[in-house]
Design a protein around this ligand. Structure first.
Ligand code: SF4
Length: 103
C-alpha cells in the first residue's frame, strides 16, 4: 500500500473524486507534484482572483512539464472527465476543450 498524493484533497479539489472510484494508480507516486507544493495543483476552497489562478496554474504546469508520468496523468484525468485542478499539465478548462466539451 502506498500513499496517494491526491487522496488528501477534499472533493471540491479533486481528491475525493479519486477516492470514490477507489483507486490510486501506481504512476501517481512517481509524479513530480509530490511534496509541499502540491497545493498549487488545486484551487483554494475560498476561491482566488484571476491573476492568482494564472500564477498558481503556471507554477503547477512548470512542474508537470518535467514529470515522467504526465501522459498517464492526463489520460487518467480525461477518463474521470470532471476532476478539478491541474492534471497532466492541463487545467480543467483546457481538458474540456481537448474533449470538445463546452466550458
Ligand atoms: S503530470 Fe503534473 S499533475 Fe500529473 S503527476 Fe505529473 S506533476 Fe503531477
Amino acid at each position: 500500500m502506498h500513499a496517494c498524493p491526491r487522496l488528501r484533497f477534499p472533493r471540491e479539489q479533486g481528491g475525493a473524486r479519486v477516492a470514490v472510484i477507489g483507486t490510486c494508480p501506481e504512476w501517481q507516486v512517481r509524479g513530480a507534484c509530490r511534496g509541499s507544493f502540491a497545493l498549487d495543483f488545486f484551487p483554494p476552497p475560498a476561491g482566488e482572483r484571476r491573476d492568482e489562478k494564472r500564477r498558481r496554474e503556471g507554477r503547477a504546469k512548470t512542474i508537470c512539464a518535467n514529470c515522467a508520468v504526465a501522459g498517464e496523468c492526463l489520460d487518467y484525468a480525461l477518463a474521470l472527465r470532471d476532476v478539478h485542478g491541474i492534471w497532466g499539465g492541463m487545467s480543467e478548462i483546457e481538458r474540456r476543450e481537448l474533449m470538445g466539451l463546452s466550458t
